[in-house]
Design a protein around this ligand. Structure first.
Ligand SMILES: [Zn+2]
Ligand SMILES: [Zn+2]
Length: 76
């Protein structure tokens, strides 16, 4: 079956698979740029998810974003 891109998390998934295989964890809202952090964070850019209030420092990310606050299923 052709793979689709999930509109929630942007990952590939196969429609029709069992819910356990298509579990999706995501933020319903995009992170907003909040400004620049203080010297303790090397003046990194700061982003905040309006949906859950989690902060993100992209310059410190090693591939992992703040864990999604909504858990559902991948959707086309
Ligand atoms: Zn969130
Ligand atoms: Zn997804």
């Amino acid at each position: 079956m052709a793979k689709k891109i999930c509109r929630n998390c942007g990952e590939e998934f196969e429609p029709g698979r069992s819910p356990e295989d298509n579990r999706c964890q995501y933020h319903p809202q995009k992170a907003e740029h909040m400004g620049t952090s203080d010297m303790h964070h090397d003046y990194s850019e700061v982003y905040k998810y309006p949906c859950c209030g989690q902060l993100e420092f992209p310059q410190y990310l090693t591939g992992e974003s703040a864990p999604g606050c909504v858990i559902g299923l991948h959707e086309e």
